[in-house]
Write a protein that binds this ligand. Sequence first.
Ligand code: TPP
Length: 382
Amino acid sequence: MIEAKDFFALLQKQGTDFFAGVPDSLLKNICAYITDTLPPEQHIISANEGNSVALATGHYLATGKFPLVYMQNSGLGNTINPLLSLADKDVYSIPLVLLIGWRGQPGIHDEPQHLSQGRLTLPLLETMEIPFEVLGEDIKEVEGQIQRCYAHLKKNQSPFALVVKKDSFAPYTLKTKTVDQAPLMREQALEVVLGQLGKDDIVVSTTGMASREVYELREKMGQGHEKDFLTVGSMGHALQIALGIALEQRERRVICLDGDGAAIMHMGGMSTVGSLKPKNLVHIVFNNGAHDSVGGQPTVGLNIDFGSIARASGYEKTFKANTANDIEMALGKANKGFENFDGPVFIEIPIAKGARKDLGRPKSSPKDNKALFMSFVQKKVE
Ligand SMILES: Cc1ncc(C[n+]2csc(CCOP(=O)(O)OP(=O)(O)O)c2C)c(N)n1
């Protein structure tokens, strides 16, 4: 395993002092070390990975120094446009180090949303003509790889990727602590929300632990899984999936259970919701100011006013619900129906970071879940 501090020292020796990215569980230890070591203006967690590439490009233009962009391989999709139409050698030719967490590496067990992404990570880099190396397991080997990476940056003035396998970095515990003010944990808040929903209400939940908790809560409540679309991958897109459903099922309430990191990742979608104004859409953001599902790295969720953004985007009503009681008030009694709602409605629920250690994963496959969900969504309601 590689010690985060040794890896960081190798990058620093090459002059890299600016890091931007979106966190990944495989990069948790190196991210935590960077957070503890650099001032906030030299380590920026961006809204999405494409933004990280653009931000790092700005840094390079201003300093001539080689920045590093980190991401989970799921985030490669978000970077394809800026990598190929901005940083590419045939456009502005920007030298960037890309550090990519390799979820779904062939041969290593992982969840369905990581399988194709994992299998295609290296071919995708090849197709994008981005040279890469899979990060080695000891620091001597890594030293050689870093030298080859920076030699490429200097000679070709274009990106080079280091692909990181599971457990490559030795454990490192973040020393920079944040204090949670919120009374509820995400799972407790989700339980209150689910308890308020009516029998015909449709749920679309976001990527990460929220969907796993929804799945387990349904089991705990003795209910089926047909009401829930779990957006297991495709982070940041749950709201548009919910919107697509809400526009077709106008008599049914559609509830999007979003995370702050995911909502910020593709926040532009809120303006589409606000402009179309589906009366039956309820957008709930569980705001812990963190990418809790991949290690608790901070988002800007607690620095911004989600309610004001929703109002300015055209949502009809916004609430901030700190307690179970507030959530019940905001959602109203589900059996009264959504005519009380005058949507789109936005509810921010501040929550504390963290989850149960024994949280499981969905036992049914995404395709089975889809089939159940589609028959639930398309059934006639009285
Ligand atoms: C495009 C993309 N980038 C990164 C990830 C890795 N990832 C999965 S869940 C998650 C954090 C989500 O944070 P938030 O929406 O705030 O929800 P929380 O985990 O705090 O409940 C991240 C970064 C991903 N799945 N997809």
